[in-house]
Design a protein around this ligand. Structure first.
Ligand SMILES: *Cc1c(COP(=O)(O)O)cnc(C)c1O
Length: 392
């Protein structure tokens, strides 16, 4: 994998990880096989003993999955990648393999809803406690550290308010206390942000989002060094089994070939839409890292190569006004998913953040008038027209 270091991001996205077979195929093949045959009993024994590298069973390794893993590792600049059945199983595998009973997590409060449930309802049963802090408040992260804190967890930019964490500052804080920094890089993807280069130890992904890019498959990945990911996470995965299928790996693999190109257009469209939204009379606030008015705009500029496709905005008139904007659209997809070529629109207060109390939502800044848009690849003028109907 290190051999890809000298190549640019676009080249790595198209080329890394492909190992052509004797058939001379140009495109990457899919290997739909659950197990592998050995030339002899002695070879089988050597494989099982770990004395000879090679495939045994597709819960452990599969050539198509390996191709995807090597390509994503090359893009993130990581030594090792382990593909998983979903983004959530990437987070579960990371926590299950790197933590034990008695350990403590400090997490950003602004993370994916199922990740909060995983930490609060399930990891807590196994003696792993989690405390939450404001993503952008470095002092709060420091104050939350206990002697048994083992892991920092965050997403940047956050959903749906697009707050940005200083990854390098948090990595320095984490490492001073022997803590592992895990970054969920779902929103930026390695095309726009490489957390490992900024000091993070582990990157997790929901490949379901931008890596697929067309809303077809559910999958995930963990990227990091040979110990954390190559040994620990892989060891958990091959035993517990939340493995990525060969077919899904192939879809994600082909998604990586166009990832940089798509992220450029998602970002371009989102920037134009954010500028336009700022000028609409019913809109009181636009949250997008690409706007000069964004509180961490300068940090986002330093740490990301572009600003991504997700934005949110607040309309005057609370929930009724927000629902009107959503319901008056004709082609935008009303769905909480994101990272699709199709633009999606959602009302966080009554969907993704509905299980929070009103007080928790107020605290998190999720107002009743907030609308989130994950900007797709359609013509921006058409997206603007679709939103304008409900704004006037
Ligand atoms: C969707 C998402 C996940 C979970 O991924 P799945 O593939 O749905 O399991 C985790 N983190 C973020 C930021 C997400 O958007």
């Amino acid at each position: 994998m290190t051999s890809w270091d000298e190549y640019g991001l676009n080249t790595r996205g198209v080329r890394a990880g492909q190992h052509r077979t004797a058939e001379g195929e140009h495109a990457e093949p899919i290997f739909p096989t659950s197990s592998y045959v050995f030339e002899s009993a002695a070879q089988a024994a050597a494989r099982f003993a770990g004395d000879e590298p090679g495939n045994i069973y597709s819960r452990f390794t599969n050539p198509t999955v390996r191709n995807f893993e090597e390509r994503l590792a090359a893009l993130e600049g990581g030594e090792c990648c382990v593909a998983t059945a979903s983004g959530m199983s990437a987070i579960l595998s990371t926590c299950s393999s790197l933590l034990k009973a008695g350990d403590h997590i400090v997490s950003s409060r602004a993370i994916f809803g199922s990740t909060v449930v995983l930490f609060n309802k399930y990891l807590s049963r196994y003696g792993i406690a989690t405390d939450y802090v404001a993503l952008t408040d470095l002092n709060a992260w420091e104050r939350a550290i206990r002697p048994n804190t083992r892991l920092f967890f965050l997403e940047t930019p956050s959903n749906p308010l697009t707050e940005v964490a200083d990854i390098t500052a948090l990595a320095n804080l984490a490492h001073a206390h022997d803590i592992i920094l895990v970054v969920d890089n779902c929103f930026c993807t390695p095309a726009l942000q490489q957390p490992l280069e900024l000091g993070a130890d582990v990157v997790v992904h929901s490949a379901t989002k931008y890596i697929d890019g067309q809303g077809r498959c559910v999958g995930g990945a963990v990227v990091g060094n040979a110990q954390h990911v190559g040994e620990d996470v892989f060891g958990f995965l091959r035993t517990a089994g939340p493995t990525m299928s060969a077919f899904n790996a192939w879809v994600f693999l082909k998604g990586l070939e166009t990832l940089a190109l798509r992220m450029e257009r998602h970002s371009h469209n989102a920037r134009l839409l954010a500028d336009w939204l700022q000028e609409q009379s019913g809109v009181t606030r636009v949250h997008y890292t690409g706007l000069a008015s964004h509180p961490q705009h300068e940090l986002a500029r330093r740490q990301q190569s572009d600003f991504g496709g997700v934005l949110s905005f607040e309309v005057q008139g609370g929930q009724a006004a927000a629902w009107k904007v959503i319901d008056q659209t004709r082609f935008l997809s009303i769905t909480a998913n994101l990272g699709d070529s199709k633009t999606t629109i959602t009302h966080p207060a009554t969907t993704t953040h509905a299980r929070l109390t009103q007080q928790e939502r107020d605290h998190a800044g999720i107002s009743d008038g907030l609308v989130r848009v994950a900007v797709g690849l359609e013509d921006v003028e058409d997206i603007q027209n679709d939103l304008e109907r409900g704004l006037t």
